[in-house]
Ligand binder design. Structure first.
Ligand code: NAD
Length: 553
């Protein structure tokens, strides 16, 4: 297990003029410590960056070290623009990353602006320093597997089932561990041998097979014994998936988590050498995009063939269906998106990926918070089951952290309890709270988060903007508005929020209002669309949603 601890500042000494600034500085350092290509400031998802460039990074660090608590640092697409005098209840940092006016929000315009160093993409959690490595997405992937088991196989786990996927990057690297936690035999095809080695080293992947034959034999053995098992295979999914179809082998579940959203810097086309890809990136990105599309067509055609033969197929949030459809695969959207297929009822109640990070770098702090959750949520088996599993299986990466899908009230309870633990000295340092942008009120993404909303509001991007504004009004410590970069340009807008529990009464007020208002808006977003789960949550919790009579369409 590697935690890159040598790169992380620990303990209670601050280098800044307050813990709020120090906390954000540690989070910035942490996203690079656990990121995929820190030398290029790339954290995950092909091009999701922590800062625009190294001078920007250094200037952000200098700003955080010198600014007072009544000042706010402004960051525009990874570059610090200035420090403004605000007040002690204002955010320490606000940022807007990669937001382009609609007509210009295309991959081509993004690359042009990036080449001129005018913009950079922050991913969801890279640019606002919230990324915690593969552990950040792992519960979401595990929840999908569990729901597939329940709905399609009438079981509580995937024991005896073969899951096929690809991509072992920052987020995709969670798949083998999530699969094994769900007792599946999971085969992960990854083109880059170093990524396979890294996932084995950090404990997310168990085995590497040398050939497809060997991989399939390992999977067959594990399914026969109903044993959870994860196998990595170096290869291109656009080659390997069709070979599996040709052999007449049908996985029980098929998905993909390559960076298919980005045809230049993310997806690797089959049969093209690394040197040639580098050359095309610099000199002929149109040709590279065409080659990536050709491979994605083969890749998705194979997924569709498996689906027709009985496999449960789903898109895991990387736009691969969209790329395939644009390249001519008319039935690409026969593959459902994971959010609509499996998780929407949770989002309608604002239950989503909530996370906390021990700024002390002390693993015991996370274990103590685990204990609190196990006790406090003893009557909520989905929370206790997850915490028990995560504790047993999920290795820490970088600053020790935990993710748990919690909803309205629940997040506030945890935030306030942890702040009290910091105040009483039960933990060895402050704790940061964030959540994924893929959260109820925080994201518009019509091909991922908001596909097929029941009221047709898939592309309405007011919600994440409202979310960011209410987070500022609620005194969060960091608030960010992101839109898509690379192939995500024009496809999404989202908002991020970070609040620091430093044990103070001011932090208590910030946590109470920020966390409560964040999930309240999430429930309101789904109640406004007419989801029964959200309306029930409004009735249950007293969230003050204003319901108007629906106008006939
Ligand atoms: P990453 O860029 O860190 O990793 C992608 C991996 O895919 C790399 O290791 C790369 O070598 C591999 N790859 C590329 N083309 C391949 C091919 N043809 N065959 C086999 N391997 C190939 O990206 P990431 O952070 O792992 O994210 C992956 C995708 O998932 C992105 O599109 C990202 O936006 C999306 N994502 C989804 C969720 C979710 O909640 N479901 C969350 C975050 C990110």
């Amino acid at each position: 297990m590697s935690r890159d601890t040598d790169k992380i500042v620990a303990g209670s000494n601050t280098r800044c003029r307050g813990w709020r600034q120090e906390a954000l500085l540690r989070l910035l350092e942490n996203v690079l410590a656990v990121g995929e290509r820190p030398e290029d400031l790339v954290v995950y998802a092909a091009l999701g960056k922590a800062a625009r460039d190294w001078p920007s990074y250094d200037a952000i660090v200098a700003a955080l070290k010198t600014m007072e608590e009544d000042e706010t640092l402004i960051v525009q697409s990874g570059k610090p623009i200035g420090i403004l005098k605000t007040h002690v209840q204002a955010p320490i940092v606000i940022m807007a990353n990669c937001n382009l006016v609609g007509h210009w929000a295309t991959a081509e315009d993004f690359y042009r602006l990036q080449d001129r160093n005018l913009i950079c993409w922050g991913g969801l959690t890279a640019g606002d320093w919230q990324y915690i490595g593969s552990q950040g997405v792992i519960q979401g992937t595990y929840e999908i597997f569990r729901r597939i088991a329940e709905r399609h196989f009438r079981a509580t786990d995937l024991a005896g089932r073969f899951v096929l996927t690809s991509g072992l990057g920052g987020m995709g690297g969670a798949q083998p561990l999530a699969g094994r936690m769900a007792e599946a035999a999971i085969l992960c095809v990854e083109v880059d041998p170093e990524r396979v080695a890294r996932r084995i080293q950090n404990g997310y992947l168990q085995f590497q097979a040398k050939t497809l034959d060997e991989a399939l034999a390992m999977i067959a053995d594990a399914t026969a014994q109903k044993r959870g098992c994860s196998v990595g295979l170096v290869g291109n999914a656009a080659d390997i998936f069709p070979q599996i179809v040709q052999r007449g082998i049908v996985p029980d579940v098929v998905t993909d988590q390559t960076s298919a959203h980005d045809l230049v810097y993310g997806y690797i086309p089959a049969g093209v050498s690394a040197t040639e890809i580098d050359r095309l990136r610099q000199h002929d990105s149109d040709r590279l995009m065409a080659l990536s599309r050709q491979s994605i067509v083969r890749h998705v055609d194979a997924m569709l063939a498996m689906q027709r033969a009985g496999a449960i197929a789903f898109d895991n949030g990387n736009l691969i269906r969209t790329q395939a459809r644009e390249a001519g695969v008319a039935d690409a959207f026969d593959i459902p998106i994971f959010t609509e297929a499996y998780l929407r009822p949770l989002f309608a109640r604002a239950i989503g990926p909530f996370r906390w990070i021990a700024l002390s770098n002390d693993e015991d702090d996370i274990r103590k918070i685990d204990d609190y959750l196990l006790e406090t949520f003893a009557d909520n088996p989905s929370v206790t089951n997850w915490i028990t599993l995560a504790r047993r299986h999920v290795p820490f990466e970088g600053l020790p952290a935990r993710i748990a899908w919690l909803g309205h009230d629940e997040r506030t309870r945890v935030g306030l309890a942890v702040n009290a633990m910091v105040r009483e000295g039960a933990l060895s340092g402050p704790v940061a709270f964030t959540r994924d942008h893929l959260d109820a009120g925080a994201m518009t993404h019509p091909n991922i988060m908001t596909e097929n909303m029941i009221d047709g509001s898939d592309a309405v991007a007011d919600w994440p903007l409202l979310n960011a504004m209410i987070a500022c009004s609620s005194r969060a410590d960091l608030v960010a508005i992101h839109s898509g970069g690379g192939g995500y340009a024009g496809y999404m807008t989202s908002a991020g929020i970070t609040i620091i529990a430093d044990g103070s009464s001011e932090a208590e007020a910030r946590l109470a209002s920020s966390l409560t208002n964040d999930t309240s808006l999430g429930v309101m977003r789904y109640a406004d669309a007419g989801y029964e789960d959200a309306l029930d949550e409004v009735a249950r919790t007293g969230i003050r949603h204003i319901r108007l009579p629906r106008r006939a369409a």
